[in-house]
Design a protein around this ligand. Structure first.
Ligand code: F6P
Length: 305
């Protein structure tokens, strides 16, 4: 398909709903239940004569890849998600583009923070991993970065804000990940309405933080921006296009060699592969002593801890 290197999103109209292992089915009484249709799906794909399937997606998608592989499907995983949540690969494609968009957005918000001496809170995606938030905070020069891996203490956040306002007309830029949570609280979101989807639809922690700051009596004006799906769309940056292309070529090689049940990886500047089983064995979150966390702390970025 020509010209798809400049497009984001799914081209053949796949879905991130309808997990074949917990597929929604309506019962005669109208209520919904879920059932495992993976064996039926594998048979259908084989009957249609497909040699192999390349499953392009993140942690959740690759868990499905593994089940389908175990049911006999010739499948290869390719790691694509803005969340960067697969630990077998240093980077998933889509992630760097999301960081670029989020950074450009933060650059625009800094203008208002500085001009009107405000606290600007920008919420980014990433589910339970703080990769997008931390990269954006570093690239955009935020003073506070709140990530799921480090539950925040509102007192510490207020200390940082007050310190910046103490000498006069301060301003603060905060990047907060959608999966962030207060040390004494929970994530903000709503239960998914999709049958069989147990995930909480994250979103709104920025507004909760704004409320906490205002209720503390902090005189600074606070404004929030929830970036949402803006960071998931548009034209991929060059790095992601190259990563997607090289991973695609590697996936094709694996298929040619009949080396199924593998996920393509990008580690230490090398394209390789691992068993999908291994790829999904641990979720990729930031460790507290990750070099980016340490770098940010050296620059006096506050994590609220
Ligand atoms: O997994 C990718 C992701 O963009 C997450 O960062 C986010 O929480 C979620 O998908 C949003 O999903 P939806 O588009 O279904 O609202």
């Amino acid at each position: 398909m020509a010209g798809i290197h400049v497009r984001g999103g799914t081209i053949i109209k796949t879905t991130n709903k309808g997990n074949p292992i917990a597929y929604p089915v309506q019962q005669p009484d109208g209520t919904w239940t879920t059932t495992d249709i993976s064996a039926r799906l594998v048979k259908r794909i084989q009957d249609l004569g497909f040699d192999a399937v390349v499953n392009i997606g993140g942690d959740g998608s690759q868990k499905i890849s593994q089940v389908l592989f175990e049911r006999g499907l010739n499948i290869i995983g390719v790691p694509k998600t803005i969340d960067n949540d697969l630990s077998a690969t240093d980077l998933t494609f889509g992630f760097s583009t999301a960081v670029q968009i989020a950074t450009e957005s933060l650059d625009r918000l800094v203008t208002t923070a500085e001009s009107h001496h405000r606290v600007m809170v920008m919420e980014v995606m990433g589910r339970d991993a703080g990769w997008i938030a931390l990269h954006t905070a570093l690239a955009g020069g935020a003073e506070i970065c709140i990530i799921p891996e480090i539950p925040y203490d509102i007192k510490k956040v207020l200390q940082k804000i007050n310190k910046r306002y103490a000498k006069g007309r301060g301003f603060v830029n905060i990047v907060i990940a959608e999966g962030a949570k207060p040390a004494l609280g929970n994530v903000v979101g709503e239960k998914s309405k999709d049958i069989g989807d147990e995930h909480i639809k994250l979103g709104g922690i920025a507004n909760y933080l704004k409320q906490q700051i205002e209720e503390s009596g902090c005189p600074a004006q606070v404004r929030t921006t929830i970036l949402g799906h803006v960071q998931r769309g548009g034209t991929p940056i060059a790095f992601d296009r190259i990563l997607a292309t090289t991973m695609g070529v590697k996936a094709f090689e694996l298929i040619q060699n009949g080396d199924f049940g593998k996920m393509v990886t990008y580690k230490n500047n090398t394209i390789s592969s691992v068993n999908i089983e291994e790829a999904i064995s641990s979720y990729n979150i930031l460790s507290k002593d990750h070099y980016l966390v340490r770098t940010a702390r050296s620059l006096s970025v506050c994590f609220g801890d």
